[in-house]
Design a protein around this ligand. Sequence first.
Ligand code: AMP
Length: 420
Amino acid sequence: MQVLKFSINGYFCAMSLKTVEQFNFAGKRALIRVDFNVPLDKQFNITDDSRIQGALPTINKILKDGGSVVLMSHLGRPLKKLKDDGSVDYNKHSLRHVVKRTSELLGKEVKFADDCIGAGAFQMSLSLKAGEVLLLENLRFYKEEEKGDAAFAEKLSKHGNVYVNDAFGTAHRAHASTTIVANYYSEANKMFGYLMANEVASAEKVLKSNDKPFTAILGGAKVSDKILIIENLLNKANNIIIGGGMAYTFFKALGGKIGNSLVEEDKLGLALELIEKAQEKGVQLLLPIDSIIADKFDAAANTHSSDSNNIPDGWMGLDIGNSAIYDFTQVIMSSKIILWNGPMGVFEMDKFQQGTKAIAEAVANVTKNGAFSLVGGGDSVAAVHKFNLADKVSYVSTGGGAMLEYFEGKELPGIKAITG
Ligand code: AMP
């Protein structure tokens, strides 16, 4: 395995990751697992093509070397989201809808096989010439894909003599195309694409860097979704900032009055345990001292500020308040490594976006001062885009669930399949 030095927005990382960078694809047919699970409107137009854009460097490198490319992906959950009559909606979930845009972005024709393991598909992949690209139909039209079926994976492997995984978003799933297929390639012929390598390198940078302080900012609705990540980060972070709806479970556990704020009654004991563990380990756990409270969950609600542990009956905390913004900003601005997952409030409504916006700005500012910042998880990613700050942080992760599991300390099967 070679050591690769590459940069993420100016950060040079030395990683033992086998990637396409070190491989010469001349005369090879690369089977690439991409994540083309793009959002489509009712007319099947792509409303956000960033996942396709993310795969372009890997595809282009292989083509430039003189290789050919077979792309495979899933799109939606066709076998779970059935039509009203119980049948599979093949048209709605067809990857045919992404062919045109992929062709435009690559600047060349993309051929399409209307089945991923049919005889016609193999005829097409086996006759690809150097520089040609083929996209296979949705892998999830077969139940074998999500089951990680070995025979299905073996069939898929016949499409290419080299396997490249560039789909970080599904790396936490042991599906046929993300994990099992790798068993049918020798160590020399399986590797990561650039997108995947950048994801792994930036997550490793956060977890393994000697730069301190390391501050984790966790928000969002539920403590239960974030327990494992908090527990794991208690061993690594210097500061853990907790905002969003999940903060009120901690306030209630500490004996505070939280009105109608979001709470998980069955997690009160756990919240106290996490506070105690943080104390034992010398980790500073910060809660938002004040909140913007509302008389209903509504964009037009009446609002005012309140101490977070003394919210009147009938009112609920929907954003962090000014003192909390001040406290959190101070900690963020003195940090060298930042991990941010989850918004500070109901940022989708203008009245409750202030806290999330201020934190996004603080993360952008400390990044400008030289810190490394990784933003991941659907809603915090949506937030940095909403506030036009996505290019002001070091790295925006494309994988919600995969990223969470990585920071929970789990080994991702899609990564292990290649690193061994
Ligand atoms: P999650 O998927 O757990 O990261 O939660 C993200 C969601 O949490 C967003 O849709 C936010 O609107 C919501 N959220 C954040 N803060 C609050 C809060 N104080 N009360 C209710 N929902 C919240």
